[in-house]
Structures are given as C-alpha cells and as structure tokens.
Design a protein. Structure first.
Ligand SMILES: [Zn+2]
Length: 848
C-alpha cells in the first residue's frame, strides 16, 4: 500500500471542535492516522489527523473557558488558520431533556437537525442581559446540505439495522480504560421537581422519586432534532422543564453552538451525560463523549471526499452573506419603526401583574392554531395600547419569535406614513426569519426599483412570495408581526391598503406569521376591518374591559409611580395614601395616559408636588366621558406653565409664544431638536427653552433639549388643535395657520441658504456617497433638510392659495434647481418629484 503524503494546510477541509479535554481525547481516539502539526502559523495548537478520506483539524476551547463567546473565537481562529475548511462538527457532551416524545437515556447521542422554524440549534438565553448588554443572534443557521445528506444516509442504514460500523467505533473505546462503560453507575432519572439531597452521588436521594422507565434493548440511541444552546448551565429539573416547554421539542442543552452557528457552517453532536438537573455529576461524561465521537466518525465516513471538495469554503460562505446583507440594505428602512429602536428605548412595558387579561388573550391567540391570523387591539387614545404592543413585542423578541414590528407615530418622519412600511418589515423579517432571507434577497436582486413601487407590489414581491416559498409552518409557534398605532399613519387610503394586503396575505401566512394590530377605533380602520371577512381576525376592545379590572391596573401603576416621586421629593414613604390613589384612579376614568401625565405633572411640580396632587384631586368629577378628564389635565399642565406673577400684558405675549412654539412641535412632520426648530421658525432658543421647560408632563425632553422634541402621547396633539377640546383661546392652536407659518418659514430658510453646489464639492458629477459624511452634515443642517422635505406638504395643509409673484413663486424662479440638488444630496430626490406634482395641482386649484 502506498504511503500517504503528509497533507498541507490547504488539504484540511473538516474542523472538529470540542469544549473539554475529555471530548478532545475521545475525538483523537477516532483518528485513523495522526499527523504532526505545522511549524509555522498558529496551527500548533491543533491536533491533526485523518478519518476515512478526510483530513480533520481537531480544536479544543481553552481550559475553563466554556460558552458561546469562547466557541466563536475558536471557530474564527480555526477558519483563518485553515482557509480551506468547508464545515465543522461540534462534538461533545450535553444535558438531555427526556420527554414523552423522546426517551433519552444517558449515553444516547443527540444530533442537531433543522426544522421548519429553526436551524437545529436555538439560543435559549437569547435576549438576556450579559456583561456586553443584550446579546442578539437571531435565527441560527442550519447545517450545510452536505452534512444533512450524510445524516440521512446514516439514519437510513441504522433503521435497516446496519450499524456495524458505529458498533465497531464504540467498541474501540472499550479498550481505552478512561472511556470504558464497565464502571458506570446506574442511569436514573428523578422527578423534575425533586432536588438532589447532596453529596457527589445520588446515594441519599429518594428512590421513590425515580421516574420509572422501561428497559431498552439498544445500548445507544441516536436522536435527531432541536438542541438548545446558551451560556447558562442548566442544573435544575424545574428550569429544564420550563425552558423545554417554551422551546417545543428540544432534546438537549449545551453551551457552545450558539456562538458559531451563524459564522461557521456546522453540525452539533452531543452525547448525553446528565439530565440538566440538580442530580447531575460527571460520572457519565467520558462515556457520553465517546458515544458522540463514535457517531461523528460514522457520519464523516459516509461523506464522499469529492463532495467536500465541491462545497464552498467558509470564507466563500461569508462573502455570500455579505452580498445578501448589502442587497437587503438597499431597501428603504424606517429606523425608528422597530419596538426597540434607539428612540423608543425609554418606553416602558406593562408593570408585572397589570394588563394580565389582555396579554393572556393575545398570547392564547398567537399560540392557537386557528385561522384568524390578525388580532386587532382596539382602544381609545390613552388606554395603553402601545405599552401592551411594546410588552408583547419584547416577549416575542426574547423568545426569538418576533418577525417584525412597526410602531407608527404621526409627525415622526418616516414612521408617520406608510412609504417605508413594507420595505422596513421585509428587512426585519429577512433578518429575523433566516429561511426567509434568501427569498427576500432574491426579490430585491430581481426588482431593483422595488423601493419606489406601490405598496401592493412591494408586499407581493417582498413578503407574500417569499413567505409562500417557505412552505407551511405547522407544528411550530408562528412569528409575530406587531403593527402599533395604525391610525397614526397619515394617509387613510394607505391604512386601508395595508389592511387589505394583510388579509389578502392570509393563505400565504401558512401559520408562519401572525399580525397584532393596535389602533384607535377610527373610521378608516373600522371601514377597513368591516371589509375583511370576520373569520380572518379577532378583535379585542380595550375600552370595553370592565372598569374594575382597569382600575386595579391603574391603581398599581399610580402606586408604582407615586412611590418613586415620594422617594425623589423626600416625602413620607406612604405618601399620598390609599385614599388619594383611589381618587386619582377614579379621575383617570380608565385612561393610562391620564395617570402618566398626572404623575409627570406632580413630579415636575417639585416643591409643589403636594399642591399639584391636590389640584388634580379637586377637579370636577361630573363628566363621565374619559376624554373630558384628559382635556382637563392637559389644560392644567398648560396653565401651570404660565406663572401667576406675570402682568396681563406679559401673559398675553407669553401665550403667543407658547402657541407658536408648541403649535410648531405638534404640527411638524418629523421631530426636530430644539435648536433646529428655533432656527427654522426664527425664535431665540433661550426663549423657547423657557417656555418648554415647564412642560415636561407632555413633552419628552429627557435628553435635556439636545434630541428631537417629541410628545409623550399623540392625544396631546389632538387636544391642542381641536377647539371643542381645548376651549381656551389662549392655548388653542389653529393647525392651518401653523402649517401656513411653517410653509413660509421653510421657504424663507431655503431662499436664504440654498445655492448651487451647497456641499461645496466643486466638482460636478460627484456621487452623493463619495462626499464626506460630516461635510454633508455641516452643509445640510437638520432644519434645511426639513424645509426641503416638507415645505410643500405644509403648504398643502395650510389651505392657502398660491398667487403669481408671491414668496413661493419667487422661490421657484430662483431656487427650484438648488432645491432639487439639495434633495439629491439627501438621496430624497423622488420625494421632490412627488412634491412638485402636488404643487402643480395646488397651483391648478388656485388658478380656478
Ligand atoms: Zn440526586
């Protein structure tokens, strides 16, 4: 027989990764031949050898460094030392999860096999806090096809009773004392609720609590399915059962796979050494490691070397991943849409023990396999819909079942309209549901202009078709799409289009996707829902909940908030007492926004917290309309902003400023930081700050006036611009007048700043991308960008007629090209074209 040539670095195509020295020892036992390591490079820390026709690199995690991060580092180093590696196997021990479906015994082997909704491995501590903040890996990749084909072949021959090769490899270990099965203790499984008594073995543990299991003929059984991976060791039966009940069908726990599945195509093979409970000990570890290694050798030996050579290297895979990501990133994206976007980071979730009923309803619906794929949470303004939506989104995100989320907000720029709705959702779905990614990517690659197409075309190509290619998701929980505050989308027609697209999509959803929509009961949405078949959705009306149930939650909320205020203001711990809280709760009449505003109002009162509380308690209780109570508290907040020490004349001036500044904030189409807003409307910043500083109760200025100014709740806008609700003419804001004033301010600002080559690049034909970002930011200040984007919209909403020779006319004569150039620097030219068209129709109307 000819002697084999010693392989070079490029000849190694298979990486075998272990976490423990005992696992590495078992792996080394399975080599048909060992090779010396290379002198140069970082390869000396690897064991090299051959299994059947494959050259294999064995790597082990540094001693004592278990866990996903350590595994990720080892995998990365392995790939860079051996650039021709095609795939990996992660082989070692794990904690079994015996269940009615899977009779898992010690020494059995569990192999990760992808299902419809998972890639074979799922991270169970996903979304938990670690030293580096919340970790997020999303869906973990499935093993490469090559390995899945090999599994099928091995499985088939085992079914036919042809497992002689596996037996031969196992018997090899009987000759190595360290791995022998001769001295193993009994394999006992205790009741999950029964905790270990103590000591190194289960000698003292009650025999009564042993779960009775029948005798089994086979000594080793191979199980295929889901493996749960995470950084926490599970050593408690109850915890094991809890996690297992959340991750349907999980067979085993381990601690490394989640760190490498997405960067290293690999298969996880685990020998079961304990049951992840308090009775676990290390006795079975060597034997379990040996079983996993024997199976791995069996598997590798059925893979033809030619197939390995043809497979892509991990580097090629990575490159492809980059191409996919870059292509998907071409889709327009509303960064503030996701429930956990940076701008929403201070939003709270429901207090524990509150909103229990409604959260349960939503959870039950999403788990049930009924055909109603849409859940409509309908409620008046301020009843807590967004907090509920945020809570649900957080829960599903933590369990990795959040498909996408879009939180609409009027006046919020990209999240105030539906223009980027579908593309944003498509991008989120592609990153959260990995089997979908390829299909969405193909659609974006095929339809390069998809971002500018109609909502329904985008929906069909980016969501419907990819979903239908995924097949049916039966047997697993569905992913959830959360659409919050649909009524805040600024175009009623778009709202109806969205609703009809969602219903039309029902068959394609195939139980893969479910949709939670929250909205107020306003007309376009009710009409929209009335047009869709009742069998497709269920509705929950938040303001129909019995008042007692809501009051219970409101009292909890008030207790929680007032306790914090009492601490901050050094009041008595029991302040303000149960009776005051009860009375406040009654005044809230079911509106959480009333409570939140009241608490902020009291908090802001600082020295006068007590007085403010009393003034709220004194308010009228005559009205039974919740909105009336809200009007009243908003009015109290506004009145408290004007100090009583001013003269009437001074007050008059102050009201004018307040209406101007506050009116601008509620009418802007996209929030601006204070400084930019002041420059736009030409108000000194100091003066605006003085006015707003007393309005914390309604205005989010948590970042000390540096970030964009936002309302705490949209209901304040509705209040301020409705003279039936805001009946005091000192405060009421006439929205048409504000739009007109803003349109004028925008045109004025643009007329004085826009010019040819505004970014000063001095080289025609330069691409927007090639210009330095800071240079662009310096030349295109927020207020200028705002003016360019929204002046036409303000003009439209001001109901003002255009006249020849007016400021707009002058602006168009001198600056229309500068304006379009600026928009193209902002990469928003298409919005300019749309604006020009609507301007044309305005001019037509005015000329009639
Ligand atoms: Zn025990």
């Amino acid at each position: 027989m000819s002697k084999r040539r010693r392989p070079s670095v490029e000849d190694y195509a298979v990486g075998w990764i272990c976490a423990l020295p005992i696992e590495l020892a078992a792996a080394t036992e399975m080599l048909d031949e060992t090779y010396d390591s290379f002198e140069n490079g970082g390869s000396s820390r690897y064991n090299l050898g051959r299994i059947s026709e494959h050259n294999v690199v064995l790597a082990c995690l540094p001693k004592g460094q278990m866990g996903t991060n350590s595994a990720a580092t080892v995998a990365a180093e392995l790939k860079s030392s051996f650039p021709s590696i095609r795939f990996g196997v992660l082989v070692g021990i794990g904690g079994g999860v015996p269940s009615a479906d899977a009779d898992i015994r010690l020494g059995d082997v569990v192999v990760s096999l992808p299902g419809k909704m998972h890639g074979g491995v799922i991270q169970y501590d996903f979304g938990k806090f670690t030293a580096n903040g919340v970790e997020r890996t999303g869906f973990l990749n499935a093993p490469p096809t090559l390995l899945l084909e090999a599994i099928a072949r091995v499985q088939a021959s085992h079914i036919r009773g042809q497992d002689t090769r596996l037996r031969e490899y196992i018997s090899h270990f009987n000759r190595v004392p360290a791995f022998s099965s001769a001295n193993l203790g009994r394999d006992v499984l205790f009741d999950a609720n029964y905790r270990h008594i103590g000591g190194p073995t289960c000698e003292k543990c009650s025999k009564e609590r042993i779960v009775e299991r029948g005798l089994r003929n086979n000594d080793v059984v191979i199980h295929y399915g889901l493996i749960a991976s995470g950084n926490l060791v599970i050593k408690d039966g109850v915890e094991r059962e809890r996690v297992a009940s959340e991750l349907e069908g999980v067979l085993c726990f381990e601690m490394e796979a989640a760190g490498m599945m997405n960067t290293f195509p690999c298969l996880v093979i685990r020998g079961i050494c304990d049951y992840a409970d308090s009775h676990k000990n290390k006795e079975w570890q060597p034997y379990a490691a040996a079983m996993a290694a024997a199976y791995t050798k069996d598997l590798l030996s059925v893979i033809p070397p030619t197939a390995v050579a043809q497979a892509r290297t991990t580097i090629e895979n990575l490159r492809e991943k980059q191409v996919i990501e870059e292509t998907l990133n071409r889709l327009p994206y509303a960064v503030e849409a996701a429930f956990n976007s940076y701008q929403r980071q201070h939003e709270r979730t429901c207090l524990v023990g509150t909103r229990v009923h409604v959260l349960e309803e939503i959870n039950n619906w999403s788990k049930k396999k009924d055909n109603r794929s849409i859940f409509w949470l309908n409620g008046w303004a301020g009843t807590g819909k967004s907090t509920i939506a945020g809570t649900i989104a957080r829960q599903y995100y933590d369990k990795q079942y959040l498909g996408a989320s879009f939180f609409f907000s009027r006046g919020g720029g990209d999240i105030g309209h539906a223009g980027k709705f579908v593309t944003t959702i498509a991008r989120q779905l592609a990153s959260n549901i990995l089997p979908l990614q390829q299909f969405v990517y193909e659609a974006v690659a095929l339809y390069s202009a998809i971002g500018t197409q109609s909502l329904s075309d985008q929906w069909r190509h980016l969501i419907l078709n990819p979903l239908s290619k995924m097949g049916s998701g039966s047997g697993s929980p569905s992913y959830l799409l959360v659409i919050d505050a649909l009524d805040e989308c600024d175009d009623d027609k778009d709202i109806q289009v969205i609703l009809s697209l969602l219903t039309e999509a029902q068959p394609a959803f195939n139980n893969i996707l479910r949709v939670l929509i929250t909205s107020r009961p306003n007309l376009p949405i009710e009409v929209g829902f009335s047009r869709i078949p009742p069998a497709t959705h269920c509705a929950f009306i938040l303001h129909h909940l019995p008042l007692e149930a809501v009051n219970h939650d409101i009292v909890s909320f008030l207790q929680h908030e007032l306790k914090t205020i009492a601490q901050d203001q050094a009041l008595e711990p029991a302040w303000p007492g149960a009776e005051a809280i009860e009375r406040l709760a009654t005044r809230a009449s079911g509106l959480f926004i009333w409570c939140a505003t009241a608490c902020r109002f009291i908090q802001e009162g600082d020295f006068y917290a007590e007085e403010r509380l009393n003034s709220l308690l004194k308010g009228s209780t005559s009205s039974t309309v919740p909105e009336e109570h809200l009007n009243e508290i908003y009015m109290s907040v506004l009145r408290a902003a004007i100090l009583p020490t001013y003269t009437e004349q001074e007050k008059g001036k102050l009201y004018d400023h307040l209406r101007h500044v506050l009116g601008t904030i509620v009418i802007l189409y996209s929030p601006l930081p204070l400084e930019s807003m002041c420059k736009l409307i030409q108000v000194p910043k100091q003066r605006a700050t003085k006015i707003l500083v007393r309005l914390h109760a309604i205005l989010d200025v948590s970042d000390n006036f540096t970030g964009p100014l936002r309302l705490h709740h949209p209901s304040f806008r509705d209040f301020l611009i409705d003279n039936q609700r805001c009946r005091d003419p000192d405060f009421f804001v006439d929205k048409h007048r504000v739009h007109h004033r803003l349109a004028e301010s925008c045109v004025k600002l643009m007329s004085s700043t826009l010019k040819q080559d505004i970014c000063g690049v001095n080289a025609p034909g330069t691409l927007a991308d090639d210009v330095d970002k800071t240079q662009k930011q310096q030349c295109l200040l927020s207020e200028i960008q705002y003016a360019c984007l929204y002046w036409v919209q303000h003009l439209q909403d001001s109901n003002v007629l255009l006249k020849d020779g007016d400021a707009i006319h002058q602006f168009l004569i001198y600056h229309v090209l500068h304006w379009l150039e600026t928009l193209s620097w902002m990469r928003r030219l298409s919005e300019g074209i749309r604006a020009l068209l609507s301007l044309e129709s305005l001019a037509l109307v005015s000329s009639l």
